[in-house]
Design a protein around this ligand. Structure first.
Ligand code: GLN
Length: 304
């Protein structure tokens, strides 16, 4: 399969695609990004890779980072984790409050904001320095030591993160948050602010395409059963109220972020990342979804 040729075709086809998406502005720092950025990267299990456009430029990975927090929590905890967070698609937006109220402070899944906040609470109970552990984990599985948080993005979200604060307070009232709320929010915002390129993300997500092993060293970081479960959650919950749409159009497990990045993985084949900052009304990259749909159409590979 000539992935490079396919990626160039997709880039060419989408040059004049009518993109009426909108860049996220509710985190003011994110609105400074050039909305026309567009890049993609595909990393294969045989070690080869292909890319196009702005694939090497770092951007704010936002909710894609929830996969790393979840991975750490699943390494630390057994099935008791699922008493505090469910594993069902939410069918509502990533920062919805009303569903959480109706369901007694138990988040639908670990990829909506409330679920990621409970995960952060768990990391805070288990680690002395959770932010350092998150960084250590990403640097280890990517093999890129220079990956870091973007403090200006984290601080910008902190000043405007009222919905996340509301979610945390609501869960605290239900007894599902154990630690100090401001500390949890600080860690969560820093995790979301991780700045990575499409290439770095594609390499990092090979862990999930390669049964929990780092591709180059074959070192097992997570047992395959835990990877299977994370992939199942990415499939059913990775795109909030558009998880069905992504499964229908693209047919791969994946995770999006409001920075405009989308990661998709084909277990035992490849990880693919696209970045385009303009979002559709569900908060997912409009061009990113289109590009990945074309990728699985052209290759004929989807998990279905
Ligand atoms: N940091 C963002 C928030 O909490 C993440 C949301 C996202 O990427 N979908 O709102």
């Amino acid at each position: 399969m000539n992935y490079q040729k396919i990626l160039f075709e997709i880039e060419e086809e989408l040059k004049d695609f009518p993109n009426n998406g909108k860049i996220a502005t509710y985190i003011p720092e994110l609105s400074k990004v050039n909305p026309d950025k567009f890049g993609g990267y595909l990393y294969c299990v045989n070690g080869t890779h292909s890319s196009f456009g702005d694939a090497e430029e770092r951007f704010s990975i936002q909710s894609i980072s929830k996969t790393f927090g979840l991975s750490l929590a699943m390494l630390l905890k057994g099935d008791e984790l699922w008493k505090r967070i469910d594993v069902e698609p939410s069918g509502s937006s990533y920062n919805s409050l009303y569903q959480l109220e109706r369901e007694n402070g138990i988040p639908r899944n670990p990829f909506i904001n409330s679920g990621a906040l409970v995960i952060t609470d768990i990391l805070l109970s288990e680690y002395d320095h959770p932010k350092d552990e998150i960084l250590k984990f990403v640097r280890k599985i990517s093999g890129v030591e220079s990956i870091d948080f973007d403090e200006s993005v984290a601080e910008s979200e902190k000043l405007h993160g009222h919905r996340n604060a509301a979610l945390a307070h609501l869960m605290k009232a239900f007894g599902n948050i154990h630690n100090d709320i401001n500390t949890i929010l600080d860690i969560y915002f820093y995790q979301c602010s991780l700045a990575m390129s499409c290439g770095e993300l594609a390499k990092t997500f090979m862990l999930y395409a390669n049964e929990g092993k780092i591709l180059e060293t074959n070192e097992e970081i997570m047992p395959p059963i835990k990877i299977q479960r994370i992939n199942a959650l990415m499939q059913t919950c990775g795109f909030y109220d558009e998880a069905g749409e992504f499964a229908f159009r693209v047919g791969l497990p994946g995770k999006s972020g409001v920075g405009g990045g989308i990661v998709a993985i084909h277990p035992e084949k490849y990880s693919a990342v696209v970045w385009s900052p303009k979002l559709n009304e569900k908060g997912n990259s409009l061009l990113g979804m289109e590009a990945l749909e074309r990728l699985t159409k052209k290759t004929g590979f989807s998990i279905f």
